[in-house]
Structure formats: structure tokens, C-alpha cells
Design a protein. Structure first.
Length: 340
């Protein structure tokens, strides 16, 4: 086993090392250098390089304590391969607790998870993406990207459409500690899609949070266990993954019945106050009424319906709904192992 390097950060076999990865050409107008915190645990035996990201969107931080905790619980002297943790992958947005870096121009490039593989001479967000992609993702065997998407069910997603690579992605998602396993649609510019294009086994996630509220201890534990389950499956640490019974679902279908990530329902024509008629994880059928939209006098002005049979409620948005909004998400349940 040899030393593992991320930029200037070097971990010898059997060591846990923390450091800061300088962003390529990452200097703010006042001269402040932008750096990304990195944790490396380098094992003593050959094995895969497993990278876990949190706060790619700066205000989505449920994965942050999970990465820190696991990195302190594991003993690199008993590990095979290398664990790389980025607890605040988007450091500027993490500090401002916003989805992206608020000072980036133009607006369209603020979303780090649509900016990969990045540009060395682009916006600060694109330079962060370039640095992470070249210094971390391309050195990884497997990546796991932790996101936090509001009032929703925790889930781990596998990257489909890449043949044997998708099979490997599914096998790892299938040891997740979450109840839901998601067949992730193609999203250009994301860690999971752009990594898969380069032969990296990639996984995506969502969980409850991302609001001005503290992360839940139960979700931190869920993400810690997902990390260690995957490491056990990869042979990086000893033990057998402890896995719940899974429900498998997709949010994009060739027939076009549901598509576009989590925007799986038709947008409402009229805004108002939403009264949900379902709860998270409820099973629903095509045409079933999921929510009523009322005006401030109590009259129903619109409604939300399930787009498919074999549906499952993934997320429920806030009560005040804008015209054109999609206040709920419905997944379509599928058989285990559907990777194409």
C-alpha cells in the first residue's frame, strides 16, 4: 500500500490526515484563497478509493457530521483501500449557508452540482468543481454524494444506463441503510453522472433537511451506517452490511409518464395553500388525489394527482404553493435490479 495524495495532502498507509485542498486559481477579490477541507484515511492493504461528499450544496449538511464521525471511528490500520471525506465540498456556500456561492456571476453557474467537471478559468463555482473533479473524483473508485432535499424520505440512488458500471453502482446502493433505493435519472454536470462517464462507480442520495433546522440524529446515524455498509461490501473493513428491506423506485420512465428528477407531477395552474392528503411513503395509484390547493377563502382552486400506478410519496413541499409549482414528488416502484 502506498501513500495517497489529494493536492498537497498526503496520507501514508495506516494514517488519518486532515488538510485543505487549494482550489485551482481560487482567489477571491480581497485575496482570500479558497480551500476545501479534506479528510483521508489510508489503509494498510490495497483496496478501492471511496470518496464521500457533503454540502456540495452549501446548506445541505446532514452528511457533514456523518463523514466526520465515521472518519474518527474507523482505524486506518485495520483498513484496506482509502477513505476520502469532503465534509464541506462547497466551502463558500457552506459558510453562507446557501445552495451556491452567492457572489458568483452569472447566476446560472452557482449550482456546483451542475458545474462538473468544471473549468480551471471559470467562475469560483466552476473552479471548485474543476478541483474536486480532478483531484478527488478521478482518483476515486467509488463516490457517494450526500444531499438534503427538504421534507422527504431518505434514499440512496444508483447510476443507471452504464452497463456493468451501473450493476456495480446498484450492488453498493443495495447495501444502503435507507429503506428507499433510487434509480437515478441522468443529470449532466453532477458528481454522479460526470463521474460515471469517466468510469467511476457513483452513488447519489437525498434525505430530510436543507431547511433552517438542525439535522436529525437519526439521519446522521443512517448516513454513517450507509458509509460503513458500503465499505464492508467493498472489503475495506471487516463485517457484513446490516441492510433493511428495500423499496426500489424510479423518477424517470421512457414512456414519459414521470420525468425530470423529483418533479414527477404536473405543475399546478393556480397557487394557493396546499392541504396534503397523503404522507411520506404512502403507496398511491394513478389519478389518486394527493393534495388540495385552496385560496384564502377556503375554495379549492387546484389539486395534485398521482401520475402513475405503483407510486410512492417521496417528498412533500411547503404549504404555500406558487403557480406552476410542483409541491409533491411521486416515485414509481420498480423491481429490484432494474439498471437499464
Amino acid at each position: 500500500m502506498s501513500a495517497f495524495k489529494v493536492g498537497p495532502i498526503k496520507a501514508e498507509p495506516g494514517k488519518r490526515v486532515c488538510g485543505r485542498l487549494p482550489v485551482e486559481n481560487g482567489v477571491l477579490p480581497d485575496g482570500t484563497k479558497v480551500e476545501i477541507p479534506v479528510i483521508i484515511l489510508n489503509g494498510v492493504k490495497e483496496g478501492p478509493a471511496f470518496t464521500v461528499f457533503a454540502a456540495v450544496h452549501g446548506n445541505e449538511v446532514t452528511g457533514t457530521p456523518a463523514i466526520i464521525n465515521v472518519s474518527k471511528q474507523l482505524n486506518p490500520k485495520l483498513m484496506s483501500g482509502t477513505f476520502i471525506g469532503l465534509p464541506a465540498a462547497n466551502p463558500l456556500a457552506f459558510v453562507t449557508q446557501t445552495r451556491g456561492w452567492v457572489m458568483d456571476e452569472p447566476q446560472a453557474v452557482k449550482n456546483l452540482n451542475r458545474a462538473f467537471p468544471g473549468k480551471a478559468d471559470g467562475t469560483i463555482t466552476e473552479r471548485i468543481a474543476y478541483t474536486i473533479f480532478n483531484e478527488v473524483i478521478l482518483k476515486s473508485t467509488v463516490t457517494l454524494d450526500y444531499h438534503t432535499g427538504g421534507y422527504m424520505v431518505p434514499m440512496v440512488g444508483y447510476r443507471y444506463g452504464f452497463g456493468e458500471l451501473s450493476k456495480k453502482s446498484f450492488e453498493l446502493a443495495d447495501v444502503a441503510a435507507t429503506e428507499l433505493v433510487w434509480k437515478v435519472p441522468m443529470h449532466p454536470g453532477t458528481t454522479h453522472t460526470e463521474g460515471a462517464k469517466r468510469g467511476i462507480i457513483t452513488l447519489d442520495t437525498e434525505t430530510m433537511g436543507g431547511l433552517p433546522m438542525p439535522v436529525r440524529e437519526e439521519h446522521i446515524r443512517l448516513w454513517e451506517k450507509t458509509i460503513t455498509n458500503i465499505m464492508k461490501k467493498l472489503g475495506m473493513i471487516e463485517g457484513k452490511p446490516e441492510v433493511p428491506e428495500h423499496v426500489y423506485f424510479e423518477t424517470e420512465r421512457e414512456a414519459g409518464a414521470i420525468s425530470g428528477g423529483f418533479t414527477t407531477i404536473e405543475p399546478v395552474k393556480n397557487g394557493g395553500f396546499m392541504i396534503p392528503l397523503v404522507n411520506l411513503m404512502d403507496k398511491v395509484s394513478k389519478g389518486q388525489k394527493l393534495a388540495s390547493i385552496i385560496n384564502l377563502y377556503g375554495d379549492e382552486v387546484d389539486a395534485v394527482y398521482s401520475p402513475c400506478d405503483d407510486g410512492i410519496i417521496l417528498s412533500i413541499g411547503g404549504n404555500v404553493v406558487q403557480p406552476g409549482g410542483r409541491p409533491l414528488s411521486v416515485g414509481h416502484m420498480i423491481p429490484k435490479g432494474d439498471i437499464d
